[in-house]
Design a protein around this ligand. Structure first.
Ligand code: SF4
Ligand code: SF4
Length: 454
């Protein structure tokens, strides 16, 4: 198989990064790098879909990694996951003995993360842990010869290249206040409401709970249960309205600003635990609190440093003893800078030295779980259920990826089958193709979604 065949098949299948913002995978696999890292760290508390997918489909994950090595010319491939994921580790060990035709057989090894900390799966952190290389400020793994790919993405790469199978389904963990916590596989476009029903329904009454989409650190509150599952939805977590995670995710920006301006005592704890600062970036969250209090202009160096924040939420949810949020300020500054068309030629340092105490300042998951009020859900048994379930209606978003929205290539009333192309990205633009996730008829095409009913 030729490298360009891998790129084309991945592009045609609409594969995107399953663990983050949905960056189109065909762009990553068209790069030339020396190292691919499969990201199975899954460091967000309560989520299990990545490790469970590894257990069920280790061969596909390894095959996807090898295919990406073939496409990018990488000589080294790492399967990075926590040592404590015993079942996943042994599934990968077995799969490593079984290379499939056409892919590089050698050069793949396991990288086991000994200490369970957050954010172990952050690309900057993972690349440093695995290779010892430091990605420049606001840079990419590519800048140090690496591609990092979520394990679910790699399974999708294998399905796309080997079987021509587009991305139409998503594994996600549904947990918290539900009757049957489980990781399930659902057609893309299925509503959150239906996903919760598949997990036995919610244990609390209407108005007593909120649903977090994604993990409790980097996720967001669902505005409505009618929202659809996308290629990047890793979990739905049902939590009581008075849980700490719900409280900080629902606090409006002006409340954060008022509290921050009046109460920050410049203790620096947010800076001492910030993963970007610990990797040596010229970035100190306590400084933005001071800058805001003293009305620094938005283009001052301290404030534009916002572009270095990865929004891991550690400062807000774990570090600050006064429940303040440097991250909230950084998000707002980023929004303003983007609106002004500000170009970053300032925060790009490459001469980085990690903090000497970095290892001791990584945040253990167990402490994070307690701080977030998630102990009750942390030990829940989360079943893995791959059974295909008939879904009657899906609303498939045209933008589930970084880049421009895909444009419909079907008309209302068309009959479609699971896997048919229904929306494509204009030639030359960044984005990903979208496919039907069930057999049925297109009943509506809106500015943002294509609705299909059986
Ligand atoms: S969210 Fe807070 S802790 Fe995380 S990178 Fe941004 S400033 Fe640092
Ligand atoms: S941890 Fe909180 S109080 Fe301390 S400097 Fe940071 S924002 Fe201010």
């Amino acid at each position: 198989m030729k490298p360009e065949d891998v790129v084309e098949k991945v592009k045609a299948a609409g594969v995107v990064g399953a663990g983050g913002a949905g960056f189109p995978t065909h762009v990553k696999v068209a790069a030339q790098v020396d190292t691919i890292i499969a990201n199975g760290a899954e460091c967000e508390p309560l989520l299990h879909c990545d490790k469970q997918l590894i257990v069920a489909h280790a061969e596909q994950v390894v095959d996807g990694l090898r295919l990406e090595m073939l496409a990018t010319g990488a000589k080294r491939g790492f399967l990075a996951l926590k040592r404590e994921y015993h079942e996943a580790v042994s599934a990968l060990q077995q799969a490593l003995g079984k290379p499939r035709d056409g892919a590089t057989a050698n050069g793949v090894e396991l990288f086991l993360i000994d200490v369970s900390t957050y954010p172990a799966g952050d690309e900057f952190v993972l690349v440093y842990e695995v290779t010892g290389r430091l990605i420049p400020e606001t840079g990419l793994p590519l800048h140090v010869g690496c591609v990092v790919q979520n394990v679910g993405t790699l399974a999708n790469v294998s399905a796309a290249v080997r079987d021509g199978h587009p991305v139409t389904q998503r594994y996600l963990t549904v947990t918290g206040e539900v009757n049957e916590p489980k990781t399930i596989r659902l057609p893309i476009g299925t509503s959150y409401r239906e996903a919760l029903a598949r997990a036995g329904g919610v244990t609390l009454a209407e108005g007593e709970y909120r649903v977090v989409v994604g993990g409790p650190m980097m996720g967001r509150l669902a505005p409505s249960l009618d929202e659809p599952i996308t290629k990047t939805t890793s979990g739905l977590i049902v939590l009581p309205v008075d849980n700490a995670v719900v409280t900080y995710m629902s606090r409006p920006l002006d409340r954060w600003v008022k509290r921050g301006q009046s109460t920050c005592d410049q203790c620096r704890t947010c800076t001492m635990l910030c993963p970007r600062y610990l990797l040596g970036h010229n970035f100190r969250p306590h400084e933005i609190m001071r800058a805001i209090a003293y009305d620094h202009p938005v283009d001052s160096e301290v404030i534009t440093g916002a572009v270095m924040c990865c929004e891991c939420r550690l400062c807000e949810a774990f570090a600050c003893p006064l429940e303040l949020s440097p991250m909230a300020f950084y998000k707002e500054v980023k929004r303003k800078l983007a609106a002004q068309g500000w170009k970053n030629d300032r925060h790009k340092r490459t001469d980085l030295t990690p903090h000497p105490f970095r290892d001791d300042r990584r945040v253990p998951i167990e402490r994070l779980v307690d701080r977030l009020g998630l102990r009750k859900y942390h030990g829940l048994h989360v079943a893995f259920d791959e059974q295909e379930v008939p879904v009657r209606r899906v609303s498939i978003p045209l933008k589930q990826h970084t880049g421009v929205p895909a444009e419909a290539v079907v008309a209302a009333g068309s009959k479609v089958q699971d896997g048919d192309l229904i929306a494509a990205v204009p030639e030359g633009k960044l984005g990903a193709a979208i496919h039907a996730s069930i057999d049925g008829r297109v009943v509506e095409i809106t500015a943002t979604a294509i609705v299909i009913e059986r």
